[in-house]
Write a protein that binds this ligand. Sequence first.
Ligand SMILES: Cc1ncc(CN)c(N)n1
Length: 216
Amino acid sequence: MKWTDKTWTQIEPIYQKIIKMPFIEELQKGTLPLEKFQFYMRQDSFYLENFARSLALIGARAHRVSHALDFIRFAEGAIVVEKALHDSYFQEFGLSQRGSIEPTTHHYINFLKSTSALDQVEMAMAAVLPCFWIYQEVGDSIYKNQLSEDNPYQKWIDTYAGKEFKELVIKAINICDSVAENCTPQQQERMTQAFVEASKLEFMFWDSAYQLKTWD
Ligand SMILES: Cc1ncc(CN)c(N)n1
């Protein structure tokens, strides 16, 4: 069984919780209060910048040149494609300031940066995988179950349910499976732990946006 198949089964309960979260259900219906989406977008712009830095760092540390190139391209995609989505929402909602980094974002970006810098590179690859994979699964699930034809969050849904994003996800999954093959069972277990922790942080990120959770 592939490492990713085994590992997804471990986070299936977290994924099931995610798709039933009020943030996701209301995003799907288009009824998510604008204030919550704006909070999410602001925090996500800090997240993306640091996610891209982590991807570039993993690229620099990858053992295979082809993986280095893939991760450098992932970093570029996070900045160019996903940031374009943010820029269009920032413009549409008249947001000029990002504000400050709130606790869950702080936790998540520091987890990604420290794992990418200090842990074994295979573990870092596993830690960033939920950022791709969970978003694509959530995007697909929303897209398939959508009821509203006039959803203000359609661009977000289309980005993550789209073919281009799926291609990146498949690539990231295949890289993790190929590096896992050369890892010991203990190293694979550490990769799994990193994947599970990042999946929990994905849940917390949406939950904190729904609750507008700040340091105050
Ligand atoms: C928190 C979070 N995680 C993942 C993604 C998708 N790269 C994102 N935009 N934001």
